[in-house]
Design a protein around this ligand. Structure first.
Ligand code: G3P
Ligand code: MG
Length: 231
């Protein structure tokens, strides 16, 4: 079972910052998950469009310029990173799950990935692009059929993981509060990977391992690895 650092090693370091991503690498996470919003053709790595929870700013990101936002303290002196900075930091070191939050993120993402391939030699097979907005994933699949998609859900739909098959997704990414064996069995029978968020408790890790899930998103990657190894 793979360990995906949720917003980086966010249990111990400020979430969605370069520090949290570096520490996820130090903790030997298999992958890193982050959240992006689009602003002025850039993709900003932040979970909420309101600033007060994770920075010393207030209001919405949409009220500011990129330059203004990059003056803010996102914890321990960290800045809100751009996705470009993160791609440069982690390329080749682990795989990366980019979760699309804003509904205007597809066009800038496509442009950024092309730039990363051309300028960094970035291998987009190291990416999993996910969203709760399945319309964004359908658009992405049309534009870049080679990209791996993760269909997010915080529910158990009546026809289980059928929506993820319909999207031609690589994985279904499910909330730990809802996931059950029937859902995992259905997804696996469809050939989908199953990743579960957010999993930091030993009993959940044990249960999900028994279900045969492929990976968990954890805020404490090293600690979760220890729990998994000692089971
Ligand atoms: O992508 C998994 C998980 O991050 C989805 O929920 O709210 O933590 O972005 P959230
Ligand atoms: Mg997320």
């Amino acid at each position: 079972m793979q360990i995906i650092a949720h917003r980086g090693a966010s249990g111990e370091f400020p979430e969605n910052t370069l520090l949290a991503f570096e520490q996820a690498l130090v903790q030997k996470a298999d992958a890193i998950e982050l959240d992006v919003f689009a602003l002025q053709d850039e993709l900003l790595v932040i979970h909420d469009h309101h600033l007060h929870r994770t920075t010393n700013g207030s209001g919405s990101i949409y009220q500011y310029s990129l330059a203004q936002l990059q003056q803010l303290d996102a914890g321990r002196g960290q800045r809100i990173p751009t996705l470009w900075q993160v791609l440069k930091l982690i390329q080749g070191k682990c795989w990366l799950n980019i979760e699309l939050k804003g509904d205007d993120t597809v066009v800038p993402l496509l442009a950024l990935l092309t730039k990363a391939e051309q300028q960094l030699g970035f291998d987009c097979q190291q990416l999993l692009i996910s969203s709760f907005n399945h319309h964004l994933l359908a658009t992405l699949k049309r534009e870049r059929p080679d990209l791996k998609l993760g269909a997010l859900t915080a529910s158990i739909p009546i026809d289980y993981a059928a929506f993820a098959s319909q999207l031609q997704a690589y994985s279904v990414n499910c909330d730990v509060s809802f996931v059950n064996k029937a859902f995992v069995d259905d997804a696996k029978a469809r050939g989908l990977k199953v990743f579960v968020y957010t999993v930091d408790q030993a009993d959940d890790i044990q249960r999900l391992k028994a279900y045969g899930v492929d990976g968990i998103f954890s805020n404490f990657p090293a600690r979760s690895r220890t729990v998994l190894t000692n089971q």
